[in-house]
Design a protein around this ligand. Structure first.
Ligand SMILES: [Zn+2]
Length: 70
């Protein structure tokens, strides 16, 4: 019975989604992903899209569970 072991190994290997770190580098600093590229040339746009999506999600969550005032 090595079912769980297999499952875990598979999940561990799949590292496709890159989540930006909490503290982002400056535009002209090296990117956090160790690519050797400047942040603005690498993950800057991707991170902005990601953060925007997160923000929209948060907004949607707030809207759906807070009462309407005024
Ligand atoms: Zn990068």
């Amino acid at each position: 019975m090595g079912l769980f072991g297999r499952f875990f190994k598979k999940e561990d290997k799949e590292d496709h989604s890159q989540v930006p770190p909490k503290v982002l580098p400056m535009r002209n600093d090296l990117c956090w992903c160790d690519s050797g590229l400047k942040y603005k040339k690498c993950h800057l746009e991707q991170d902005q899209l990601y953060l925007e999506k997160q923000y929209q999600k948060e907004l949607a969550a707030k809207k759906s569970c807070s009462p309407v005032f005024g």
